[in-house]
Design a protein around this ligand. Structure first.
Ligand code: SF4
Length: 232
């Protein structure tokens, strides 16, 4: 049990780290501001490995207890494994309410990898297994996958769920709802298939980031999705 004391910082407990601008998909719903051709976002040099490690160490000291690695596509960074490994050996203070009392423990932060799944391979799965990383893969439809992403590789993502299950990983299917895939979701085919392939949370339906412009494709995002837009 711990004494009352001020919080270490005002920061939220989860930090989403956008490691790179690079991506190997061309999603029609992409919310990354740098993909908006009509936007004013100016790309700068990406942060180095050392800079990301220093940021993670600093955030752990400020009470952040969860890191989500994203992009762009985080697997486009050659140093992703090094950054994740660093986060996995950091220590942060987890404060939990247990039986009415605040309890403090120091442990590694929780780690999440948000990917489009295209470059997921044995090396990536082994890294996730080693560091207890939860793997979230984007699957915006089966029949409509190519329409959404520009690539016809839904089977690759499904296969990754299956292989992740063999590695004992916790997985989430990130399903961005659009007018194109509403029928698939309505029939719940998509959820059933991802569940069969090993996703622990096939019903996690993600509206992506609310700050987003959807790169001029906002009309394709369903009305319900827009109404419920919130942080994933
Ligand atoms: S939504 Fe994600 S996977 Fe799709 S283009 Fe944007 S960053 Fe890439």
């Amino acid at each position: 049990m711990m004494d009352r004391r001020p919080a270490v910082s005002f920061l939220p407990t989860t930090a989403v780290l956008e490691l790179t601008y690079q991506c190997n998909h061309h999603c029609i719903f992409c919310s990354c501001p740098w993909e908006n051709d009509t936007g004013s976002f100016v790309r700068q040099a990406e942060m180095t490995t050392a800079q990301w490690k220093a940021i993670i160490t600093c955030l752990c000291g400020m009470g952040v207890t969860s890191f989500a690695f994203t992009g762009g596509e985080p697997l486009e960074r050659n140093d992703l494994a090094e950054i994740v490994s660093h986060a996995a050996i950091c220590q942060t203070e987890h404060i939990e309410l247990i039986e009415g009392a605040l309890v403090s423990r120091h442990a590694a932060p929780a780690l999440y990898l948000l990917s489009n799944g295209r470059a997921v391979d044995e090396t990536v799965l082994t890294m996730c297994q080693r560091h207890g990383v939860q793997l979230s893969l984007s699957l915006p439809g089966l029949e409509t996958f190519e329409q959404h992403t520009g690539f016809d590789d839904a089977d690759k993502v499904l296969q990754s769920f299956t292989e992740a299950k063999h590695h004992g990983l916790n997985t989430v299917a990130n399903i961005t709802v659009t007018k194109l895939n509403l029928d698939e979701l309505g029939a719940r085919d998509l959820c059933r298939v991802t569940g069969r392939c090993g996703s622990n949370s096939p019903e996690s339906i993600s509206p992506r980031w609310p700050r987003a412009s959807f790169c001029g494709n906002v009309g394709i995002v369903s009305n319900r999705n827009r109404a419920n837009a919130g942080y994933c």
